[in-house]
Design a protein around this ligand. Structure first.
Ligand code: GRF
Length: 232
């Protein structure tokens, strides 16, 4: 099984880039292809990244339905069967969320269920983590349901919070891990190795194989986070 993936992004699109790069590196082994990029902002960096790779893109008008700039059109025109949110800040219409149950994923730059929910995006997340005094933050990839940052958690990876951190330094450390982690989890979902358990929508089914293997240099980049946590 391979999936036809739409990536939706509102911002710089560095996660989109990481996904495109990882899927290119996987070549024929990839679980899906990014067939279209959607954004709600005509100035989003994601548009340029898509264009550079020859991936079609659409500027969405999230409030309209069925028209030329609608999410419905994006899905239908490109035969999309998996949606990856990568910094997309608009609410997805409820009927699309329900039609894509188990086929829409999001990356969140903290360890849900903490530090998520309405209004918790961008640097606000990292500010809240620092203010809470938590020593660990991280990356969460989850299925999307009708509530912000609420659907079944697919995978998480921890990132240390240092006493010297501000929201910017923490965001940068978390983002480095997102770039490694999200494309791999997305690939595992795209080829069906990780899925929403039928009849139990808050749990995940995984087959017996590891969902992905890290390359040696990536392994050490993640390990570096753990070593640094002990050295603080
Ligand atoms: C990431 O931190 C992601 O977790 C969050 O929005 C940010 C998007 O960054 N949902 P980018 O546009 O991929 O660079």
């Amino acid at each position: 099984m391979t999936s036809r993936i739409a990536v939706l992004a509102s911002g710089g699109g560095s996660n989109l880039q990481a996904i495109l790069d990882h899927f290119d590196a996987l070549g024929e082994r990839r679980g899906g292809s990014v067939v279209v990029v959607g954004t709600d902002r005509a100035t989003a960096g994601a548009l340029e990244r898509a264009e550079r790779r020859g991936v079609p893109s659409m500027v969405l008008s999230p409030e309209t339905r069925g028209g030329a700039q609608s999410i419905d059109r994006l899905i239908d025109e490109h035969g999309v069967d998996l949606i990856a949110l990568a910094g997309y800040v608009k609410m997805i219409p409820a009927d699309i969320v329900s039609r894509f149950e188990g086929r829409m994923v999001n990356v969140h730059p903290a360890l849900l269920p903490a530090f998520g929910g309405r209004g918790m995006y961008g640097t606000r997340v990292h500010h809240a983590v620092i203010e809470s005094g938590a020593r660990v933050s991280g990356v969460t990839v989850h299925f999307v349901d009708a509530q912000y940052d609420h659907g079944a958690i697919i995978a998480q990876w921890p990132v240390p919070v240092f006493a010297s951190d501000d929201a910017g330094t923490l965001a940068a450390r978390v983002l480095r891990v997102e770039h490694i982690f999200y494309p791999r989890v997305l690939d595992a979902v795209a080829c069906g190795r990780l899925s929403l358990a039928p009849h139990a929508p808050s749990t995940i089914s995984a087959d017996t194989k590891p969902a992905f293997t890290l390359l040696p240099h990536e392994d050490s980049r993640l390990a570096e986070n753990i070593e640094l946590a002990l050295a603080r």
